[in-house]
Structures are given as structure tokens and as C-alpha cells.
Design a protein around this ligand. Structure first.
Ligand code: AP5
Ligand code: MG
Ligand code: ZN
Length: 212
């Protein structure tokens, strides 16, 4: 079972991913998290990714696909993957669907979280992130139990460099220009889910969409 959790920046992909992975025994593959991990470890890939992320632009398709393809070659992905933040261009979607078909590993669901832009900006400006495990929090809606400490892994919870209003607006523009067309490309295969309201209620909608 392989599932795509699709949506604009701040839609709640990372927030919903944990419960979905737990329930279905999936491994979360979040391209943004992998780039941030590389940045933290000061790798060449991290430096390259940063030059795009800081501007709210997408990392080039060939770089992203090499990363995802290598990740999918590792045995821990065989039981199934939840893709978070990938695919983000029609080219990436074509490459992933090609892989799913040629490897026989298939694609079970495409779930798209829908949230209005104004709410996305409010969510991202209050977001806090654990750069070690990728867990996300919100200062008002979903704070960690202990201030500044990740509930999941105990490491520091910080504000992401790209979560300032100027970069958030650029990320949204990039989404509408380059990523929203991916949803059209999937057409009937994608199930659209209302991504507003309580986190638990959205989780139930996501479950229903995966089950259907
Ligand atoms: P990435 O890390 O994927 O960021 P993103 O897509 O911009 O998405 P976010 O992580 O910002 O949002 P999310 O949907 O996970 O929301 P969250 O659950 O945290 O990518 C970063 C960058 O890397 C890109 O800009 C690009 O440069 C590059 N990149 C990554 N993948 C790439 C690819 N495939 N191709 C090319 N480039 C790529 O929730 C947000 C906040 O809202 C949190 O604070 C949360 O607590 C809160 N919240 C969640 N749900 C609710 C709710 N129901 N009510 C109230 N608050 C809520
Ligand atoms: Mg995320
Ligand atoms: Zn953590």
C-alpha cells in the first residue's frame, strides 16, 4: 500500500501523517524533512536544497527524483510508503506513477487536503517544528506538552527558516503555479478532503478517503 498525502504548505500533511502511518504500517517519506535533515548535517544536497527552499521555490525535479528513487530502493519502504510533500510537479507525479507501475508496488490512494490560503498563512506563522524527527506543532492549536521540547523524540522544537510571512507567500504562489496542476493531473484518482476544523476530525476524513 502506497499513499500520497497531497496539499499546499501548511495543509496539515505532516500533522496527519503520523496517525495514518501508524494505522496502516506505512513509512513516511517527506521530501522536505529529508532536505532539512541534510541541511542540519551540512551535506551538499542540504546546501543545494536550501538555495531553493529559502526563496520559496521548488528543488529541481531531477534532484528530488534521485533522492526519492534511492529511498524507495531501501527495504524498509516495501511494506508501504506515505508520501508527504511529494510529488509537487506533474513531472514528479509521472515519475512516481511510472515507478509504481514498473515495480508492481502500486499506488493505493491520493488524498488531497484542502485549506484556504488565509488559514495556511496563520498556521505556518505559528508553526513550530522538530528538526530531528519532523514532528510539527502550533503555538496555539497544537503545542508540545513541554515548551520547546518534542513530544515524540525529546529534541528541540524550533521555527523553520521558511515559516516567515514573506517566504510563506512565495511558497503559496509556487504551490498554485506548479503543484496544484498535479491534482488536476490525477483527476478522479484523487480524493479531496476538507482540511479545516479539528485535527482529529480531519484525520477521520483522511482515513475514510484512504479506505474508499
Ligand atoms: P515541505 O517541508 O514539504 O513543506 P510544505 O509543503 O510547504 O508543507 P509544510 O510542511 O509547510 O506543511 P504541512 O502540510 O506538512 O503542514 P503541517 O502539518 O506542518 O517543503 C519545504 C520546501 O522543500 C519546499 O518549499 C521546497 O523548496 C522543498 N521541497 C520539498 N519537497 C519537494 C519536492 N517534492 N519537490 C521540490 N521541492 C521540494 O501543519 C502546519 C501548521 O498548522 C502546524 O503548526 C500545525 O500544528 C497546524 N495545524 C495542522 N492542522 C491544523 C488544524 N486542523 N487546525 C489548526 N492548525 C493546524
Ligand atoms: Mg510538512
Ligand atoms: Zn521530534
Amino acid at each position: 500500500m502506497n499513499v500520497i498525502l497531497f496539499g499546499p504548505p501548511g495543509a496539515g500533511k505532516g500533522t496527519q501523517a503520523g496517525a495514518v502511518c501508524e494505522r496502516h504500517g506505512l513509512l513516511q517519506v517527506a521530501t522536505g524533512d529529508i532536505f532539512r535533515k541534510n541541511l542540519k548535517e551540512k551535506t551538499e544536497l542540504g546546501q543545494l536544497a536550501r538555495s531553493f527552499m529559502d526563496k520559496g521555490q521548488l528543488v529541481p525535479d531531477e534532484v528530488v527524483w534521485k533522492l526519492v528513487e534511492d529511498r524507495l530502493a531501501q527495504p524498509d519502504t516495501e511494506a508501504g510508503v506515505l508520501f508527504d510533500g511529494f510529488p509537487r510537479t506533474v513531472t514528479q507525479a509521472e515519475l512516481l506513477v511510472g515507478w509504481a507501475e514498473s515495480s508492481g508496488r502500486g499506488l493505493s490512494a491520493v488524498v488531497a487536503l484542502e485549506v484556504p490560503d488565509d488559514e495556511l498563512v496563520a498556521r505556518l506563522s505559528g508553526r513550530r517544528t522538530c528538526l530531528s524527527c519532523g514532528a510539527t506543532y502550533h503555538v496555539a492549536h497544537n503545542p508540545p506538552s513541554k515548551d520547546g521540547v518534542c513530544d515524540r523524540c525529546g529534541n528541540d522544537v524550533v521555527q523553520r527558516d521558511d515559516d516567515n510571512e514573506v517566504t510563506v507567500r512565495k511558497r503559496l504562489a509556487t504551490y498554485h503555479r506548479q503543484t496544484a496542476p498535479v491534482l488536476e493531473w490525477f483527476g478522479e484518482r484523487a480524493v479531496r478532503v476538507d482540511g479545516t476544523g479539528a485535527i482529529g476530525a480531519i484525520g477521520a476524513r483522511v482515513q475514510a478517503a484512504i479506505g474508499s
